[in-house]
Structures are given as structure tokens and as C-alpha cells.
Ligand binder design. Sequence first.
Ligand SMILES: Nc1ncnc2c1ncn2[C@@H]1O[C@H](COP(=O)(O)OP(=O)(O)OP(=O)(O)O)[C@@H](O)[C@H]1O
Length: 235
Amino acid sequence: MIKIENLHKKYGKNKILTGVDLEIPEKGIFAILGPNGSGKTTMIKSILGMVVPEKGKVFINGKETHPNGLYRKNLDYLPQIANFPGNLGVKELIKMIKDLRGTKANEDELIELFGLQGYLDKKLNNLSGGTKQKVNLVLAFMFDSPIIILDEPTSGLDPVAMLNLKRLIAKEKAKGKTILVTSHIMSFVEEISDEIVFLLEGKIYFKGSIQELREKTGEIDLEHAIAHILTENNA
Ligand SMILES: Nc1ncnc2c1ncn2[C@@H]1O[C@H](COP(=O)(O)OP(=O)(O)OP(=O)(O)O)[C@@H](O)[C@H]1O
């Protein structure tokens, strides 16, 4: 379980999170939504210890996260923008991340799933955006951790890769994992999520099922429900 208590984070004078309280139970897919700049990535990075909040606590499975970051061994993360050196080859990068992590990985299955066999000797600089994203997805899923955090996983993916990603996420959920995901693609969110967490003006504005959100807003689908909240709040 992931628990966030009274999280506050500002960058300079810019207050981003102003008292986030959130409990994510074990097992299931939870979509973190909110307008651009609402602090989704900042919240995710706080869970990962990559952002230091002014105030607040994060607990993973009942234990407060420690600045030494050892708890991250049980978390897999796909960053919104992964900045690996462009002169690294795909195979080299995968090996480097495996060596750093020091645990077993199932990269071969994922390389096949995303059709990356022909790219293993290519340098990252020479890959298209979508192919780079597929490599990042391999890195994010290959360690089989119980918690997976995906920041904009659909970015740049073609429809085949998108279908493969959805199947992969469903398979990982079936293993009992907890998956946190951000996305601006509402059809994707609608298809995969068990619950929605909506961030607005530094706090959790809504947490619940898509059905509950539709009922709360009186709208026909998630896209309209989100648009309704944003318009109502001038966001
Ligand atoms: N390192 C930083 N230094 C200064 N400001 C930052 C930093 N990181 C993020 N911000 C600012 O914090 C705010 C929240 O950013 P964040 O990336 O968390 O939003 P988001 O909800 O993930 O946005 P998006 O939907 O566009 O990905 C933005 O205004 C952003 O410019």
C-alpha cells in the first residue's frame, strides 16, 4: 500500500502540492489525473524520493520511506522523460540498468513483446521517439516489482505498441501488482483503470471509480467528466 500524508511541495514561490493526502491500496490500476502542471509528476517523484517535500510523509507498505532510497528496490518506474546518454546502445543500456539494480530481469520477453529485437545494437540517438519509449517500457517492467509507476507510458506509441502495453498492464495487474499511471489519453485511462485520483490546485480533488466520477459530474464519459471539473474550477 502507498500512503501519502499532508504532502507539501513548492518550487521557489510556486506552490505545487499544498496538503496531499492519499491512500492507494494494494492491487489494481490507479490513474493519477489532473491538468498540465497540477503536480502529478511532482507527486510521483515524491513517492520515489526524487523530490524532497517541505512537509509530509510517504509510507510504502506501512513503512515510512527513508532518504537512503533502499525501498525503491520494490518499485519500478517509467519517467515522463528519460534522459539516458544518446551514444549508449539499447543492449548496453539494458545491461547497465540490470547491473545497477543487481536483480534478475525478464527483458527478453519484453523485447519480443515490443518488437525491439532489431534495435538492440542501435544507439539511443538513432531511435525514433516511440521506439525509445518502448525501450523505456522494457526498463520499467523488466524487474517484476510489486509496485509499478508509469508517467505517461503511452507517449509516442503506435496502435500495436499501445495494445501490447494495455495487455502487459493487465497481465501485471492479474499478478496482484499495484500500478500507478498518469496519462492525458482518456480512452486509455478509461480502459485500464480501477480508480481515478484527480489532482487539482495542490490537493486531491477526487478519488474513486470512473462510474462515481461520471455520477458526480453527470457526464457521459471520463473525458467529459474531467472537462466538466476543469471548466467548473476555471482550471
Ligand atoms: N524542478 C523544477 N523546478 C521548478 N519548477 C518545477 C520543477 N519541476 C516541476 N516544476 C513546476 O511544477 C509544476 C508541476 O509540474 P509537474 O511536472 O509535477 O506537473 P504535471 O501535473 O505532471 O504536468 P503535465 O500534465 O504537464 O505532465 C509545473 O508548473 C512545473 O513547471
